[in-house]
Ligand binder design. Structure first.
Ligand code: ADP
Ligand code: MG
Length: 529
């Protein structure tokens, strides 16, 4: 189209075309993640330009790794990320609902119903759903219930056979770090080490850092350790020095070396004087310094990441020092034991009995990196779910039970409305059925049969009946321990409806020109249909 006010290569799509285009992109995305939903969902293998492989079942991981350029599709990826940040689980559900809401909206658009009416209907329905949700929930408190929540979050994520052990570990971890109804997941440090099996994954009450002590001469274990946390280098090499110094005689070299050694010795002395028995350094530690530190019986690790250093500061109560001159006893942290323990080939540093007992680590073990990474995502889903349970200890029945009941109630609600919004509210109700039908489909069951059975059950007053994929039957999933935090559903419903509404309100897409090869290939997306 010609356009006088924008540069030539600006692309503009308006009206129905813009809507169709956006809806299509959202639907494609929803269809992409759909096959991963639930315990029988399939995994996806993602390969990037460099050939790195990720095998995952996790909605947000898939979407963040895909190179998505379509603006509407990007908005959907954003809700997956929000869902992940807010509750740490339910990303696939959120994206699927958004895709379905848009797909259903298209039917109404085809019937010449104005987008404003659709968005108003969707808003009404979403509000209603959020009102109804608490009435379908139950309070949980026992460890067993918490463990069931973690297990439901982890099913289908490659940790199947170690599910019980891992869920206990997750419950334990969350209980340790919970303070006043809040869980800061940053207090739980996750370390990964290849080798052994998933069931060897363990919880350590302390911080574990993937570093060995710098010198074999150092002690392997320090008791009642005062810990110096340094973000300055234990070296004297600086670029300016290297360029400026020119040495012309052996004597000069010797004196230079002596000088260097003296400086390093002085640095070590500062550590010794402060009373520190352990040095954790973000930068390097010179060989000569290593030697003198070892002589003084000091345990040192180097090239520790900034985040680890910060975690240690919080755990040990120490202060991160940028200049050794500032080092004194009051800046030091404390840990009852600092020890190097071999995990597989290499050693790791265990810092336990910290001043702050809320610092804990989980060490994930597994046969291959891909397995370990997927277990990490499963554990994070479990941790996220339990963190939201600590905030709001309510659960709803899984396996599509809560979606079917909401759908039924919202259909009833639509009957009380007049005008064409009613149609939009109805479509909202239908969109919710997408979750149970997909759970069935992914398990190789007939989605329509399952849907019918669920509806009949719910009409009969069994509001907690869902599809139990352990037994393959429609039954009371709440009683079977297939439970999810209410917050996961709450967030999925509100964010998916928000993004659907936002996308429906767009009727003009003005895209600045980009190099051709970089643009999203919409014709390819259309082929998909
Ligand atoms: P999400 O990214 O949305 O969390 P998941 O792949 O984790 O997607 O699947 C979550 C869905 O799987 C929820 O609807 C949950 O109720 C369902 N689910 C989990 N375990 C079972 C089970 N044993 N039987 C049936 N449904 C289950
Ligand atoms: Mg999940």
């Amino acid at each position: 189209m010609t356009n006088q006010i924008s540069p030539d290569n600006t692309e503009r799509t308006v009206g129905r075309d813009a809507q169709r285009n956006n809806i299509l992109a959202a639907r494609v995305l929803a269809e992409t993640v759909k096959t991963t939903l639930g315990p029988r969902g399939m995994d996806k293998m993602l390969v990037d330009n460099a050939g790195n492989i990720i095998v995952t079942n996790d909605g947000v991981t898939i979407l963040s790794e895909m190179a998505i350029e379509h603006p509407a599709a990007k908005m959907l990826v954003e809700i997956a990320k929000t869902q992940e940040e807010e509750v740490g689980d339910g990303t696939t559900t959120a994206v699927m609902l958004a895709g379905k809401l848009l797909e259903n909206a298209e039917k109404l658009l085809d019937q010449k119903i104005h987008p404003t009416i659709i968005t108003r209907g969707y808003r009404l329905a979403a509000e209603k759903a959020l009102q109804i949700l608490p009435t379908l929930s139950a309070e949980v408190s026992s460890d067993e219930e918490l463990s069931k929540i973690a297990q439901t979050a982890m099913t289908g994520k490659g940790a199947e056979h170690a599910k019980e052990k891992l869920s206990e570990l997750i419950v334990q971890a969350v209980k340790i770090v919970a303070t006043n109804g809040k869980v800061d997941l940053d207090d739980i440090k996750i370390e990964k080490r290849k080798g052994k099996s998933i069931s060897d994954t363990k919880l350590i009450e302390g911080i574990v850092i993937d570093k060995e002590r710098v010198s074999q001469e150092m002690p392997t274990k320090v008791i009642n350790a005062k810990v110096a946390l340094l973000d300055c280098a234990f070296e004297i090499k600086t670029p300016e020095r290297e360029t400026r110094i020119s040495i012309s005689s052996p004597e000069q070299l010797q004196s230079f070396m002596n000088q260097e050694e003296e400086i390093l010795q002085a640095m070590v002395k500062r550590v010794v004087d402060s009373g520190a028995k352990v040095v954790v350094c973000q930068k390097g530690i010179d060989d000569v310094a290593q030697f003198y530190l070892a002589q003084k019986g000091i345990y040192a690790i180097r090239r520790v990441s900034r985040t680890d250093l910060q975690k240690l500061a919080k755990a040990t109560g120490g202060k991160i020092i940028s200049n050794l001159k500032e080092l004194s006893e009051k800046e030091l942290g404390f840990a009852a034991v600092v020890e190097e323990i071999k995990e597989g080939e290499e050693g790791m540093t265990y810092i336990t009995g910290c001043k702050n007992p809320k610092a804990i680590s989980i060490i994930i073990r597994g046969g291959t990196e891909h397995v370990i990474d997927e277990v990490e995502r499963a554990i994070k889903d479990g941790l996220g779910d339990l963190a939201s349970i600590v905030k709001d200890p309510k659960v709803v029945a899984g396996g599509g039970a809560v979606e079917i009941e909401l759908s039924r109630k919202i259909k009833e609600f639509s009957q009380t409305l007049r005008g064409r919004e009613q149609l939009a509210v109805e479509q909202f109700a239908l969109a919710l059925e997408f979750i149970p039908t997909t759970l069935a489909e992914n398990a190789g069951l007939d989605p329509l049969d399952v849907l019918t059975e669920l509806k009949v059950s719910h009409e009969g007053g069994n509001r907690n009946h869902g599809l139990n994929l352990f037994s393959g039957k429609v039954e009371d999933t709440m009683a079977r321990g297939i439970i999810e935090p209410i917050k996961v559903k709450n967030q999925a419903i509100s964010s998916s409806s928000e993004v659907a509404i936002m996308i429906l309100r767009i009727d003009d897409v003005i895209a600045a020109g980009k190099p051709k090869e970089k643009r999203l290939n919409l014709s390819q997306m259309a082929d998909y249909e």
